[in-house]
Ligand binder design. Structure first.
Ligand code: GDP
Length: 336
């Protein structure tokens, strides 16, 4: 039995080939929800959706976001309407007093839908409307996720990290902004003063999460701060990771990232922007999978392979390396 902790790009890539080393029937994937937003009244869960669309075989694999071949007619119409009516464009995070109104799950992640700043495809939007409606009928995010996973006949168990709102907020000299505004609208340019997971102190792990962390754990090559960090900020999860056998796959080769803003975020939280920084980000890790060109040394077992994943064969190679690293860590744990 194995549990993967996932964001929306690096770990989903690894999951493309994970079945080569881990039976899907025995696999649970816990998804980050710190990136989620309420946009124009719809709850959008980017990491859960990537995993759902991947499992359904409909993911847009160019962007690792949305549905392949989707149209964007409503998104364009929203832009046209804002121009025609001379409305403010760009991300409009609602005022503080409005952030905690309405749906509890939307707290501190509520954006106006005027000139929709994230490009939501038309078919993609149908899932957000369905999800939001089921939430409004009283279902939890876990329940809705299960409905979608069943509908897509997903081969693995997929869980959100929490049914409570945890919002990844980036504090910058321009003010605080949700991670999606920082990344999608500002291209991770603003200086980071602080990273905050608002709501984490009162959020509970979703049903099944703590049980799943009784299994071996693979932390895929996801952003340690904004994809894995929100999970670690929830009470109980860190303790379980201390007790489990955990392998972390580096999203870096030395100090080079494959994509995204993880380096800047790691520095901002006082860490090193490199594979070496995983020591601080994941103090509970029992083993690591690093690229063969990555010279970083750890006290824990390290398995090296080519960690660049462009197709399922690449992913299978990295998954087998993760399984090997788990075995090496267990051998050490069992040694007298
Ligand atoms: P997000 O939710 O879209 O931010 O995605 P994740 O947090 O799941 O993944 C982002 C991380 O994936 C980045 O730090 C990348 O360096 C890493 N990544 C992307 N492609 C690859 C790859 O082919 N191999 C490895 N090892 N890491 C990758």
């Amino acid at each position: 039995m194995v549990t993967f902790l996932s964001g929306g790009t690096g770990t989903p890539k690894l999951l493309d080939g994970a079945a080569a080393a881990f039976s899907p029937d025995d696999t649970t994937v816990i998804a980050n929800t710190g990136d989620d937003v309420e946009l124009g009244g719809l709850i959008v869960c980017p990491d859960l959706d990537t995993l759902l669309f991947q499992g359904a075989g409909i993911l847009d694999r160019e962007s690792w976001w949305g549905i392949g071949g989707d149209t964007e007619r409503t998104n364009s119409a929203l832009d046209d309407l804002a121009s025609a009516f001379d409305l403010e464009t760009g991300p409009h995070f609602l005022d503080d007093e409005l952030q905690t109104e309405g749906r509890p799950l939307a707290a501190w992640r509520r954006f106006s839908g005027v000139a929709e700043f994230m490009t939501i495809g038309d078919r993609d939007r149908a899932f957000h409307i369905t999800r939001t409606s089921l939430l409004d009928q009283g279902q939890s995010l876990s329940e809705v996720t299960q409905t979608f996973a069943d509908g897509f006949d997903l081969s693995v168990d997929l869980l959100p990290m929490s049914d409570d709102p945890v919002a990844s907020l980036i504090h910058t000299p321009m003010g605080k902004m949700h991670f999606q505004e920082y990344w999608v609208a500002h291209g991770a340019e603003p200086e980071i003063e602080q990273v905050e997971f608002r709501g984490a102190s009162s959020a509970e792990p979703a049903p099944g999460v703590l049980d799943a962390l009784e299994d071996d754990v693979v932390i895929g090559p996801s952003n340690p701060v904004t994809s894995i960090g929100p999970m670690l900020s929830i009470q109980g999860i860190g303790q379980k990771l201390q007790e489990a056998t955990v392998v972390a796959v580096s999203p870096f080769v030395g100090d080079e990232l494959f994509s995204g803003p993880a380096g800047k975020l790691m520095e901002a939280v006082g860490g090193e922007a490199s594979t070496a920084g995983l020591e601080t980000a994941y103090p509970f890790a029992d083993a690591f999978v690093l690229d063969e060109d990555d010279a970083t040394e750890f006290e824990q077992p390290v398995v090296r392979t080519d960690t660049e994943m462009n197709d399922p064969e690449d992913s299978a190679r990295v998954a087998r390396a993760a399984a090997e690293a788990l075995e090496e860590a267990k051998t050490l744990e069992e040694a007298p």
